[in-house]
Each structure stands twice: as C-alpha cells, then as structure tokens.
Design a protein around this ligand. Structure first.
Ligand code: HAM
Length: 447
C-alpha cells in the first residue's frame, strides 16, 4: 500500500496516456470548430487576484464562498492570501479584455481557452478539485444571433465527439438585474412566516442569493416553491423578445432545445440567456457544459459597459460520456514498427535505421536492450506493432534485413537498403504525412 501522502490529492487525478487520447481528440474538435467560426485562442494565468472571482462570479456563490482555492506566499512578511486558482475562465478573460484594451479591436472579440480549473468542491463522480474546461466567449457586441451561433458551435463540437444524442440543451432567460431584484423581493415576501420550514442552507440562500432556491434539491423547498412567485413573471418584455428570437435562430440552425424556466445557473454574472447541456438520463446533476450572457460583468470588473456571452464544458465529463457511448478516440500514438537486433554491429546499424524511419514519419521502437531476438519479438507483440525489422549477426554479414508481418506471421529477407522504402510503402503515404512537420505547422498537436 502506497504512503497516503504520496498519492494524488483528493479530487485530483493523473491524466494517463489512455485518457490523453481522448483529451487530445476533444482539443482537436474544439480548435477545429473555433477556427471555423473565427475564435482566437487565449491563455490567462492559472491564478489571479481573488477579487476578480469574488467580484465577477459573486461573493455568495458556492464557487467563491466554499470552493475557491486561495493561494499566496507563506514567505511574505504577512502571509498574503491575495490570489486564488481560477475556478473558471470567464472572469479572467474579461479582466484580460479590459487590461489589453480589446475594445479597440473589431467587435465582437471571440476568444476560446482550454485548460485546468480548480474548485475545492466535495469530490464525487464527475466533480473534481482540478479539472479541464474548454471555454468560448464573445465580447463587445450583443445580438440574439450571437447567442444562437455560439450554442450552434457547441452543439457541433458535441456532435463531432459523438455524444450530442446523449444530451439535451436546456435554455432559459433570467432577465436583467432589476427583474431579478424584483423577483428576489417577491420571493422573500412570499417566504415571510414560512422560513422555518426551509432547510437551513436554503434559509441562508433566501437572504444572500434567492435565485439559488430555484434549483434547490431539498424536498421541503421544492414543495414550498410550488405556490411561490416565478422568475418568469418578473422577466421584462425586452428579455422575452430577446429569448424568443434566440429560440427562433436556434430552430433556424437546427439546434433542438428544451425551455426550462427553472434553470438559473450557479454564477452571479448572468443576465438574460442561460443554458446547459444535460445528460438525458441523469438530469441537472452533471451538466456537461453551460453558459450564458453576462452583459454587466465587464463593467463590474472596471471596464466600460460591454456585453458578453459564453460557455464552458467540463472535459472529464465529456471523456466519461464518450467512454459510456463506446466511442474510441482516434489514436496517433500507435507504434508502426519494431526494429529488433542482435549483436553490437547490428545494433549500430539499427540506430541509424530507426532514426531514419522516425524522420520519415514512421513510429518506430527498437534497439532497446540486449535481449534475445525471441524475447524482442514478444515485446513487439506487447507493443501491438504491425511489422518488425530483424537484424541478426547473419543479416549483418549478408547486408540484408528481415521484414516480418506480425499479424500474418510471414516474413521475407531483403537487401538492407530496401528496408526503408519497403516500410514506407507498407505504412502508407497518407499516414506518414500526418506526422512529418511541414514548415513547423500542421502535423503536430498543439496543446
Ligand atoms: P460552470 O457551469 O460552472 O460554468 O462550469 C462549466 C462546466 O465545467 C460544467 O458544466 C462542468 O462540465 C464543468 N465543471 C464545473 N465544475 C466541475 C468540477 N468540479 N469537476 C469537473 N467538472 C466541472 C462556468 O464555468 C462558466 N465560466 C461558463 C461560462 C463561460 N459562462 C459564460 N462564459
């Protein structure tokens, strides 16, 4: 049993090579759809002044109140706790928009980010303390077509990853701040005299963030809410029209949705449009992604009033869905050929051959140790390679090499110089083009 101190901390996990195959594929789909629609990649720091999250996401949200990873230097004169690991991207991206005067660029500015986020949540299935998000934001222009187009990009990504049919798009419009303020007051009034029937957490929420009551899981709260005023009664006509237009555009784009008047989201910055992709079978608990409009956020962070809309998806949850659906992510890590050798001279020749094969784009393993040819063959089998090149003492003398087809169990001897063209022929030109760097671009995966 390993020392518990030397294991991954609670709520974190290693992304092992078999999962990287999925992560890489997801990133590829994200980059592909982002480029098609003109989004540019941005990276913000993993930690920011914590005030950005407190102000942006909301001091009374779970994310800030309970889940913020506060960090700072214990070496500073007075231990400073000014920073927090990012629990999401939106607040940091908006900070960056202001800091770099992106309002001077053609609007809207479309940005996307991929990376780790941190929330000190209670770990459970699909809920981690360190996880990956991909995130899209459109800042600086407001139009219902932008909301609809962005959701369409998201649905295309989920379709590319072959999990769209497992999910439903839930969508709502929560109105503007004044609407929610009026609703919150009405809700508080409704609960006068009924507070004692509310579970403690919801009683507190009624005071700090009444909207959160709407997605409370507590049975007592849900019963009491049946006769309570609804948010929809307070949403203004402008927002209703905006919502109807977003839905119309979604229909135009062929994106199915479910209107959900109870959807409010857990971050305070939202205005009007909010949406989530839910697991068809499980309900809200494990949304794969979600987002919405945040027209007041940039001003809240010190910028001039600037509209924005965005979403983020949890990549671990997507990987889970892909595995559940039996989807294999295409894998470029397959080793094509194993070069087995025996004797010092053969080993030297093989080193050169292996290097040349690799340069030509053939994934090649070999010249690893001093084991017998037989045990090298066994190793090649375990690496699941299709072909082997064998170079023993005899072959060195004859200047030949043996090419073995591992699946067919057949082999043939050929002059050493013919090995390279023969292998290139076998692996296929199309495969090889994927791997060879062209002017430094195109062939390798960006992170
Ligand atoms: P969010 O709903 O808090 O929204 O997170 C988005 C997604 O991140 C969730 O749907 C979920 O898949 C994943 N996620 C969240 N917390 C965890 C966790 N503890 N473990 C694993 N996955 C998790 C936002 O973060 C907003 N910034 C989205 C947005 C962008 N709104 C506007 N622009």
């Amino acid at each position: 049993m390993a020392d518990p101190l030397f294991r991954t901390p609670k709520g974190t996990h290693d992304v092992l090579p078999e999962d990287h195959v999925y992560m890489t594929f997801i990133k590829k789909a994200v980059r592909h759809r982002a480029r098609q629609a003109g989004y540019k990649r941005i990276d913000t720091p993993m930690f920011e002044y914590r005030g950005i999250f407190e102000r942006g996401i909301g001091a009374h949200t779970d994310i800030v109140e309970k889940e913020l990873f506060v960090v700072g230097s214990p070496h500073a004169e007075k231990a400073d706790q000014d920073f927090a690991l990012r629990p999401e991207f939106t607040a940091g991206i908006c900070r960056s928009y202001i800091e770099h005067a992106m309002d001077q660029l053609p609007q809207p500015v479309e940005l996307y980010a991929i990376g780790q986020c941190f929330r000190h949540d209670r770990p459970q299935k699909g809920r981690y303390r360190q996880f990956h998000q991909f995130d899209f934001e459109i800042i600086g222009l407001k139009d219902p077509s932008l909301d609809a187009q962005m959701i369409h990009v998201l649905s295309n990504i989920l379709a590319d990853l072959k999990i769209l049919d497992r999910l439903t798009l839930q969508i709502n419009n929560i109105g503007v701040a004044e609407n929610r303020k009026a609703f919150a007051e009405a809700l508080k009034e409704y609960f006068i005299g009924k507070e004692r029937h509310l579970p403690e957490l919801d009683r507190k929420r009624l005071q700090t963030s009444p909207l959160r009551l709407l997605d409370s899981k507590e049975e007592d709260t849900r019963i009491l809410l049946k006769n309570a005023p609804t948010l929809a009664q307070f949403v203004g006509d402008d927002s209703k029209l905006y919502h109807a237009t977003v839905l119309e555009y979604l229909q135009e784009l062929g994106v199915p949705f479910v209107e959900n008047a109870g959807l409010v989201r857990g971050l305070d910055y939202y205005t009007q449009t909010v949406f989530e992709y839910w697991d068809r079978s499980e309900g809200a608990q494990n949304a794969v992604g979600g987002g919405g409009r945040y027209d007041a956020l940039i001003e809240l962070l010190g910028g001039k009033p600037t509209p924005g809309v965005g979403f983020a998806c949890g990549m671990e949850r997507i990987v889970w869905h892909m595995k559940e659906a039996g989807i294999q992510a295409p894998n470029k890590d397959q080793v094509d050929i194993f070069v087995a050798q025996l004797g010092p001279e053969a080993k030297k020749q093989c080193l050169r051959l292996i290097a040349t094969l690799r340069d030509r784009g053939v994934h090649t393993l070999g010249a690893l140790g001093e084991a017998s040819l037989k045990s090298q063959m066994r190793l090649a089998d375990r690496f699941d390679v299709k072909y082997c090149l064998l170079l023993g003492k005899m072959e060195v003398l004859k200047n030949t090499v043996i090419l073995r087809d591992m699946k067919a169990g057949k082999q043939k001897e050929m002059p050493f110089d013919e090995a390279l063209p023969a292998v290139v022929e076998l692996i296929g030109k199309k495969n090889l083009d994927r791997y060879v760097l062209k002017d430094g671009f195109g062939a390798v995966d960006e992170d």
